[in-house]
Design a protein around this ligand. Sequence first.
Ligand SMILES: Nc1nc2c(c(=O)[nH]1)N[C@H]1C(S)=C(S)[C@@H](COP(=O)(O)OP(=O)(O)OC[C@H]3O[C@@H](n4cnc5c(=O)[nH]c(N)nc54)[C@H](O)[C@@H]3O)O[C@H]1N2
Ligand SMILES: Nc1nc2c(c(=O)[nH]1)N[C@H]1C(S)=C(S)[C@@H](COP(=O)(O)OP(=O)(O)OC[C@H]3O[C@@H](n4cnc5c(=O)[nH]c(N)nc54)[C@H](O)[C@@H]3O)O[C@H]1N2
Ligand code: SF4
Ligand SMILES: [Mo]
Length: 904
Amino acid sequence: MTHTIKTTCPYCGVGCGISAAADEQSRHVKIQGDKNHPANFGRLCSKGSALGETVELKGRLLQPRVYGRETGWDEALDAVADSFIHVIQTYGPDAVAIYGSGQLLTEDYYVANKLMKGYIGSGNMDTNSRLCMSSSVAGHKRAFGSDTVPGCYADFELADMIVLIGSNTAWCHPVSFQRIRAAKEANPALKIVVIDPRRTATCDIADLHLPLAAGSDTILFNGLLNFLSVGYASRTAHLADMPVSDTHWGINAYAALNADYIGQHTEGFAEALACAARTVKSIAQVAAQCRLDVADVQRFYEGFAGNEKVMSLYSQGVNQSTSGTDKVNAIINCHLATGRIGKPGMGPFSLTGQPNAMGGREVGGLSHQLAAHMDFCSAEDIDRVARFWGTDHIARTAGLPAVELFDAIYDGKVKAVWIMGTNPVVSLPNADKVKQALQRCDFVVVSDCIADTDTTALAHVLLPAQGWSEKDGTVTNSERCISRQRTLFSPAGQARPDWWIISQVAGRMGFGAAFAYQAPVDIFREHAALSGFENNGRRDFDISAFAGMSATEYEQLLPIQWPVNKTYPQGRARMFDDNRFFTPSGKAQFIAITPRPPAHAPDADYPLILNTGRLRDQWHTMTRTAIAAKLNQHKPEPFVEVHPQDAAYYWLVQHGLALIESRWGAMLARVQVTDGQQQGNVFVPMHWTGQYASMGRMGTLVNPVVDPVSKQPECKHTPVRIAVYQPVWQGFMLSRQELTLTAPEYWVKIKGGQFYRYELAGQNLPDDWQNWAKAHLGGGAQTQWQEYQDAGTGNYRAAQLRGKRLESVVFIAAHNNLPERNWLTGLFDKEALDSQERRALLTGMAPLGVPDVGAIVCACFNVGENTIREAIKAQGLKTHQEVGQCLKAGTNCGSCVPEIKALL
Ligand SMILES: Nc1nc2c(c(=O)[nH]1)N[C@H]1C(S)=C(S)[C@@H](COP(=O)(O)OP(=O)(O)OC[C@H]3O[C@@H](n4cnc5c(=O)[nH]c(N)nc54)[C@H](O)[C@@H]3O)O[C@H]1N2
Ligand SMILES: Nc1nc2c(c(=O)[nH]1)N[C@H]1C(S)=C(S)[C@@H](COP(=O)(O)OP(=O)(O)OC[C@H]3O[C@@H](n4cnc5c(=O)[nH]c(N)nc54)[C@H](O)[C@@H]3O)O[C@H]1N2
Ligand code: SF4
Ligand SMILES: [Mo]
């Protein structure tokens, strides 16, 4: 029997509401967007729509394991508690650590943080949010005195201009992107500016794309602050000596500066402007240093100055930088200078990455935070939280931030670590060192819902966590909206909720009374009570209205934006609408920004800049999205984007293989030549791991240098070199069964609908291809083989059938002259091949007259490139809407609209 349950998507920070029709017996779930959820009003992207394909039990971690042996919960929990107690007694509390994740629910996060900071008494709880949001957190704190996102999604529709900085919104926040696209279609006067070194899918809706030099954002925004301030100095007596020259900065811009706002509600403007004016003198200088056209910079500045309702949306191109915090404040400075904050349609807006990036900050998940937006800077806060928690063990100083934490593990200073809901062997910079750190560590506990990840492989104790569809609790999205994630299915195997696992360990460590939670609502109530405890309006995060909530009210909780308290019982859409900030003076702070280049410039050995980021259809380390065959079609293999001139210079060819090396590691990827990439920059996706590729784990390359304020690593800027990787042979295999490969140097595993696809390349020829193929594909007596071998060219092709059903194919070539995979993969959907298809098998190409859909463009409706091209030609289609009417492509999640437009 199916029952329909409202829940929230477990992927990005848009936080879309889902209406899920789940059938417990078959473990099937039909996913639809929740029409009433304020984040998406019924829309979903390709990843959210494919969630039903990710709930299968195959690959799940179903039972606790202690040193590789499956066991029951009692033994596993005792092992964790005993080892932690032993390390703490021998070396002190700072020798243990928890490394958490913005993918934990608020309730899980709260309990983990309370255990480490409140009861173990160490600050060593940090999270993958260190790699994600910590520059935004630090920038907010400096400017507002609190980690507050001022605005809300409804502002997108009210804005006159939206600036997207370091954000590939089209792929990473697709439903917000669709909302912006719809706003622009409804109001063509809405101007969109994209600031990103790459030309991304997001540029599809841009009126202006500024492909700035990587890392130069602070120059651009210091320039903007100057531009906005032209004429201000002469009108304001105490700033008369301001070294701003009107002639360099254009005319009429000062109309934008809000002197009243600056005077009444802010501090530090003079210093910030003086610093901006000292470091950036003219638009021409900005253009030269950011490597942009003067006219484009001017257009951006005039647009910003001339439109009152400006929103600045930013993400990892801003945060993941050694100037990340400064970038955030350089942007906020321009909003404070114009008074454009806390009002409809305007403001700085940090797009959060993970589903619960915001919730993690609420509970104090970063190692310098304590709880409920209180941190270790204030003795009063520490005392307050200690009294609330009823503990005399509370940590008094900040713990180690992620990169330092793993260095401390490597150095043997931290001897036991518990990793929850994150895959640091892939996602941390200098990932090989992270791997070694865990190999050297005395005691590694990993809680995950998936059995085989690069990190679970190194665990001494593995704890099966409930995943999305099983777990139950709350998350907070980019606009401070708290939503419920609800249970759809009973747990897989022995999987337990993270909060339960942590509470059990806490109990076994002797802290039972403080962790006697029976259900998530118990934790949520406590978290809510702490947020209001001795608050009196001094802390932004206050959801004390929920402190007395009943289990039924929690069950029925509707999405609501914090704060939720006596003053704002229905939540609050916009913070700072009262012009009151959470600094000691109550005023917002300008921060003087001195632009700095990225930590390491390219040099003779490593002449290129490596940029890393996300793809439309994969989520991080692919543990869940790669299970959904649909999501593997868009970009099946790890690749590196290279500018045509760099490709020519390094002899790289389209679809050939390249070896990318940095001072820290190496990676292999398929070459994609594109002028969307700047010369001197290359881009690789962050997603591939040791589970899906032999050498696709990009974290090995990444520079571990961090921002001095936020400690966030510079994931977008590593000096690298690139060279052709020339294998002796290349090929692919398609098989109904998952295979175990006897490792060629290069392999990639791709899950399809009814098949697994393996892309292969090797340096050593096997003695005999026939034996090699049969050793891999098996098959036995009931299968028939077709084979073709040409010793002269090195080509080998084989197909294995069981009756008329295709079981597997192998295609090997000395060069990369291999057929496209689409037609062959389509044959796995058929129970029987006809004789024409069987005859064509070893050509790898559809027989004449049989259509080949081409590479899949629309993942939602499975529409291929060839189909779209043919329809465009045959029916004279002119717009993506017409393509949608004709083929449905692009009409569900809309993420492929930019690609359809490119085909048009
Ligand atoms: N499909 C998908 N969506 C996701 C995720 C996912 O894994 N897959 N992950 C989620 C998470 S956790 C996060 S944090 C967000 C991230 O969302 P985004 O930040 O939008 O994603 P990224 O691709 O990491 O980086 C964004 C852009 O920053 C640009 N950039 C690099 N250097 C600079 C620079 O110096 N200045 C500027 N202005 N731009 C620069 C890059 O070229 C890139 O296009 O996405 C969330 N959404
Ligand atoms: N070079 C480079 N590196 C980056 C980035 C980049 O842009 N470039 N981006 C950074 C950013 S912004 C982020 S957010 C990180 C993301 O990096 P990670 O956090 O390492 O990536 P995920 O694949 O999301 O890892 C989540 C893990 O938790 C498991 N999991 C899922 N749900 C649950 C649950 O409910 N409980 C438990 N216990 N486990 C669960 C999943 O199976 C998976 O193994 O990567 C960072 N690293
Ligand atoms: S935009 Fe997509 S991934 Fe993000 S929450 Fe919505 S459905 Fe999930
Ligand atoms: Mo993130």
